[in-house]
Design a protein around this ligand. Structure first.
Ligand code: ADP
Ligand code: MG
Length: 458
């Protein structure tokens, strides 16, 4: 258990991977400097392959450190009595090349992994994605991930694909975004003489996979032929227990103009949402991003470089709150600006200066406020921006109007546009209404205070 503690401390491993891959390792023997572990967990050989690839070196080092002697490690499966050495190092280069090729063919980007994803307040989406990646087709099918712009949907979706490709040498994964898929369908239809073979080829491409990842399905709205193709592909894969993962900026039931039969397919598995990152998550993402760019940060109070750098990150995390893409973009700007200024030191002041130069100060946006309010009232951002008039939705919408006026310098017409309203007088009305209620009703004032804290914790 000392080894486990050490491993967990030193290796940045997600809890679920730890439970899945590391905890089930039991010591079988320790003779002549050879430590033999036996893997007692699920899907033995696949897991073992994965452990060997990913954790082997680090396990070996951890054990050596804790035992204070150089050991040789081997990991076996329960039945492996002759203890054949499964841990012999594979011809890494070839294997890496093959993997790279498969990633490319799957239309994936290898930078999107569970390891590079900061879980923070998105545990629900992360855990379900990892579960699906671990047992494709067996747990949630389809997995439907929804959430606002730049919150990490594509990142998680692609992580699932990359994880599976790495874990299973034979798995066929295909990623597509709904826009390219739609374009393919349109091209097929537009071509004067699309042969039957071409259509079949197109369908087979999507049917002959073990895992289909479809990004931004909301773009399917109003596109009948695309919907029909997706519907057929979906059914075909589903019947074969092949995994389907879908992302969207809204819940299935909120995608407008799609066939009911498709909607109900999307709802058939599990639907999880993604949240705007809270302050701690924003800090963690920034820190990881900085570290991935080669900055070494410590929590040592005497390490002035880190202290200043972390203050710069704090500045960014406080001012850029709406989405992760923006957050990372801001940090990139600060880093780039430091480089062109003879590596000038990165501090909160420097970050403030840079980001002012970029004219991106004051970055609480209408979209961000809408996300926060939606979360608070447990409805979706899409609802707030819909035409629905019921009180459960109209009221939060007015709260948004109020908060957008208070927190952004946007014109009424811009706020109206963010809320998908044509008439900016509505915004004015909503603002005044809530403002009066705050003065007259303690409950409303408290609710607004809670929201204000969520929008800007400092
Ligand atoms: P979406 O598809 O929801 O619009 P993306 O997945 O494209 O958002 O994320 C935007 C950027 O932010 C990407 O570079 C992604 O890697 C990064 N990102 C988002 N969420 C996280 C997270 N929790 N941890 C690390 N990086 C993240
Ligand atoms: Mg995306």
């Amino acid at each position: 258990s000392e080894i486990l503690d050490f491993f967990k401390q030193e290796y940045d491993i997600q809890d679920i991977s730890f439970k899945t891959f590391i905890l089930p390792l039991k010591v079988k023997s320790f003779e002549n400097n050879v430590v033999t572990l036996v893997f007692t967990g699920r899907s033995g050989s696949a897991s073992l392959q994965y452990i060997n690839k990913k954790y082997f070196d680090f396990l070996q080092i951890s054990i050596s450190v804790v035992l204070e002697e150089d050991i040789e490690l081997q990991i076996v499966l329960p039945g492996d009595d002759e203890e054949k050495k499964v841990s012999s190092i594979p011809a890494v280069n070839d294997e890496d090349l093959v993997l790279e090729k498969r990633i490319h063919e799957a239309h994936l980007d290898s930078k999107y992994t569970f390891d590079s994803f900061v879980v923070g307040n998105n545990a629900a989406a992360q855990v379900t994605s990892l579960a699906v990646a671990d047992s494709p087709g067996e747990v949630y099918n389809p997995l439907f991930i929804y959430g606002g712009v730049g919150l990490g949907k594509t990142h998680l979706l692609q992580s699932i694909g990359n994880y599976i490709l790495k874990q299973d040498k034979k798995a066929k994964v295909l990623y597509t975004d709904t826009e390219s898929f739609t374009n393919e369908v349109i091209d097929l239809l537009r071509a004067k003489q699309t042969s039957q073979e071409e259509i079949i080829e197109f369908r087979n491409k999507y049917r002959n996979v073990d895992v289909l990842l479809i990004d931004d399905i909301q773009f399917i709205s109003k596109k009948d032929r695309t919907q029909e193709e997706i519907f057929n592909i979906f059914n075909n894969l589903f019947l074969k227990h092949k995994q389907i993962v879908i992302t969207s900026d809204r819940r299935p039931e909120e995608i407008e103009d799609i066939a009911d039969r498709l909607k109900s397919r999307f709802q058939q598995g599990l639907t999880v949402d993604m949240q705007s990152p809270d302050y701690e998550t924003r800090m963690a993402i920034l820190r990881k991003h900085a570290e991935s760019k080669g900055y070494i940060l410590t929590d040592d109070k005497d390490d002035t470089f880190s202290v200043n750098f972390l203050k710069a990150l704090d500045y960014i995390a406080t001012h850029f709150v709406s989405n992760v893409r923006e957050l990372e973009g801001s940090l990139n700007n600060v880093i780039a600006f430091s480089k062109i200024n003879n590596d000038s030191e990165i501090t909160a002041e420097f970050a403030a200066e840079t980001l002012k130069v970029e004219n991106k100060e004051n970055k609480i946006t209408c979209d961000y406020i809408i996300n926060i309010v939606a979360e608070h009232f447990q409805i979706s951002p899409a609802d707030i921006c819909s035409k629905k008039k019921s009180k459960e939705i109209a009221y939060p919408r007015q709260v948004c109007m109020y908060l957008c006026r208070v927190y952004t310098d946007e014109k009424l017409s811009t706020i109206a546009a963010a809320l998908k309203k044509n008439n900016h007088a509505t915004v004015s009305f909503g603002y005044e209404k809530i403002k009066n209620e705050i003065e007259e009703d303690d409950n409303v004032r408290n609710m607004i205070d809670v929201l204000k804290k969520k929008i800007n914790p400092n």
